[in-house]
Design a protein. Structure first.
Lengths: 211, 115
């Protein structure tokens, strides 16, 4: 898990700097936000010439999924106030998934407090390394770095698309975004893609509820 | 990108994360007061909506950044590179390979004069 997070972190740092950001911006995002998908989203929208409001709004909508994470493993973080404050920041897709896989609460707590901090350190070191490397690269389009960003995101979301309802909603959303891109400022079409969620209106069949 | 935008995103994200454990503690307490078994879960449809919304946003971002550039069609090299990476990801290639091949295909096509 750590090596995968490191690679995504390096790509994020390099792509962010290559798209014109100062090195400290991807670093600040990685330390303070610590949620890869949303970090790629703000950088991608801004790089495409979109407004900051649309970029931040899209990223916040993306991160709303962290709320059920905390509801799922709340007590695992620990009883103390400090454990809750720090532990909340370490609730990410990977640490939550591995923690929920443990049956024994004591073991689950050990797993969470090992994986969470490890992911945080690896993600941030990766980002700084990538940002410094990105400064060396000049013409980023000649190196195909603009293709690296969507390909990285695609690899991250691909597993979620196995679910038919998620896939249908995503395809409809992508179609909406592409159709409106010529007419609207960058970032707004991605928000309009949420219209694809109408696919979820009929109740799911029993075997379609995501785990 | 401004420091204000980064701080707003950071604060909002932390609020989502911190709200989960707090909400859970409150719901467990309320259930105990009613004498119910200690449960704390959002309705499954709401959880499905939130996780699906995240995927929908990311896929739309992939589609627009792979196929368009500054509001119009991006040419051949960029989508071809992303497609190559996507196929490799689907065949379960390691993440590094996906990213490097996508960039290499786009760069190679441009070197050959493909837009």
């Amino acid at each position: 898990m750590a090596s995968a997070i490191a690679v995504v972190g390096v790509s994020f740092g390099a792509i962010a700097v290559a798209s014109g950001l100062d090195w400290w911006m991807p670093t600040a995002l990685s330390v303070l936000v610590f949620a890869g998908g949303s970090q790629f989203m703000v950088v991608g929208v801004v790089a495409a010439g979109g407004g900051l409001v649309a970029a931040v709004l899209g990223a916040l909508l993306l991160n709303a999924r962290h709320l059920p994470f905390g509801m799922a493993i709340g007590e695992i973080l620990g009883k103390g106030r400090l454990a809750r404050l720090v532990g909340s920041h370490l609730l990410i897709d990977e640490s939550v998934a591995f923690t929920m896989a443990q049956k024994d609460p004591v073991r689950a707590r050990a797993v969470f407090w090992f994986l969470g901090p490890t992911a945080f350190v690896v993600w941030n070191v990766g980002t700084v390394v990538g940002a410094l490397a990105g400064q060396v690269i000049g013409d980023t389009d000649a190196f195909g770095l603009d293709a690296a960003f969507p390909a990285a995101l695609l690899a991250l979301v691909l597993p979620a698309l196995k679910n038919r309802r998620v896939r249908d909603a995503s395809l409809l959303g992508a179609a909406i975004a592409l159709a409106t891109t010529p007419f609207l400022p960058a970032g707004v079409p991605v928000l309009l893609a949420l219209g694809g969620l109408v696919v979820l209106i009929p109740a799911p069949e029993r075997d379609e509820v995501p785990a | 990108m401004t420091i204000t935008a980064i701080l707003i995103l950071a604060a909002g994200t932390y609020a989502f994360r911190a709200a989960g454990p707090l909400l859970r503690a409150r719901m467990v307490k309320a259930a105990a007061r009613r004498g119910d078994a200690a449960t704390a879960e959002l309705p499954p449809r709401l959880t499905e909506l939130m996780s699906t919304a995240a995927t929908v946003l990311l896929v739309a971002l992939v589609a627009t950044s792979a196929l368009t550039d500054a509001g119009s069609f991006a040419g051949i090299a960029l989508p071809a590179g992303v497609l190559a990476g996507g196929v490799l990801a689907w065949r379960k290639a390691p993440f590094v390979v996906v990213v490097i091949v996508a960039a290499a295909v786009a760069a190679g096509l441009r070197l050959l004069g493909v837009p």
